[in-house]
Ligand binder design. Structure first.
Ligand code: FES
Length: 357
């Protein structure tokens, strides 16, 4: 679908820690259904900062039935958007917000008795707490275990909210903090969530890992790789592991060279692009399908342009494309023919992609 940004008023900006802020948006009645979301999804925000359009994705930290639309933004060193939020954004300001999207989610069922486990690092807690809040409220017989890694106690986002959830859902929510720069009595909880620690946590703190319905992982890249590897080592099947990446790794030199060669070959070729019910012929004029479609005047949606957020997802309905990064897609989506158009180059004439599919 074409991108749909709506100007939303900021109701409040709340400091969660020294370097993380949550933004609560006001959603007018007529937009309530457009902004309905699923636990774990994110919003793309767009603002003019210093004369430049900047877009970023931030995860919703609340449950869908909370009646709130709230995201959490952690400052990163030199981060244009995150520091602008921390320094400049005030209640009453307006930001352009795209309707919620993302596949780091699950379908909850009130009658189900399930087991969920989350691995979160730093601001990676944001979509995970949305899932925790939802799972515990929507499925009264289900349980959630959270392994949460941070530098020190002062940098833990949602420290109190998580403690309150633990009190409220006693026996159904287990919470374990891992701190890299502080030392406590139990060795297991001292240090980063590296592969060995993740393996130990699964071994000692999750009974019957094979019965866990879904494992949710979100945090810094090395932590996510460590948690995933530890789960695969334990024989957990890939389709139960859900990973949400905020940033992409650098592509290998070999991949970059391969994509450059494909781009050169594809230059000037024609593609069909379907968007909002209309199909147009578009020339491959830029380095990828998304930019070529936008060059041709089509409002194809995007946010990260790094293969992470899947905002630019479309289905290949004819021909073949090659994709560089593909973090934002699940294996099922890839098998079904979906691609990230910001990462895709057509191979041969006559490729057709459909943003509506
Ligand atoms: S714009 Fe984010 S994956 Fe393409």
């Amino acid at each position: 679908m074409a991108e749909h940004f709506y100007p939303l008023r900021v109701a409040e900006v709340v400091a969660e820690t020294d370097d993380a802020n949550s933004i609560l948006f006001e959603v007018p009645e007529e937009l309530a259904s457009a902004f309905r979301f699923k636990a774990g999804q994110h919003l793309t925000l767009r603002a003019d900062i210093g004369g430049e359009e900047v877009r970023r994705n931030y995860s919703l930290c609340v449950a869908p039935d909370s009646g709130e639309l709230r995201v959490t933004v952690k400052r990163i060193a030199g981060g244009v958007f995150s520091n602008w939020v921390g320094d400049q954004l005030r209640p009453g300001d307006t930001i352009d917000v795209m309707t919620p999207h993302g596949s780091f989610t699950s379908d909850f069922d009130a009658g189900a008795e399930r087991r969920y486990v989350g691995f979160a690092g730093g601001s990676g807690i944001t979509p995970v707490i949305s899932l925790i809040r939802t799972a515990l409220a929507a499925e009264p017989k289900s349980r959630f275990t959270l392994f949460y890694g941070n530098r020190d106690a002062g940098s833990i986002i949602f420290l109190e909210a998580l403690a309150a959830l633990k009190d409220r859902y006693m026996g159904r929510f287990e919470l374990y903090h891992f701190l890299s720069d502080e030392e406590g009595d139990v060795d297991l909880f001292n240090g980063m969530l590296d592969r060995e620690t993740c393996a130990d946590a699964i071994e000692h703190l999750v009974d019957a890992p094979q019965h866990v319905t879904a494992w949710f992982i979100c945090g810094p890249g090395p932590m996510m790789d460590a948690a995933e590897a530890a789960l695969l080592d334990k024989g957990v099947s890939k389709d139960r592991i859900h990973i949400e990446r905020f940033t992409a790794g650098r592509p290998s030199a070999a991949l970059a060279a391969q994509m450059a060669a494909l781009q050169e070959e594809a230059a000037g070729q024609t593609m069909s692009v379907t968007l909002d019910g209309r199909t147009r012929r578009v020339e491959f004029s830029a380095g990828n399908i998304l930019d070529s479609a936008r060059d041709a005047g089509l409002p194809a949606p995007f946010a990260c342009k790094a293969g992470v957020c899947a905002t630019c997802r479309a289905k290949v309905t004819r021909g073949k494309v090659e994709m560089a990064a593909r973090y934002g897609l699940t294996d099922e989506e890839i098998a079904a023919g979906y691609v990230l158009t910001c990462q895709s180059v057509p191979v041969g004439e006559g490729v057709a992609v459909d943003y509506d599919a």
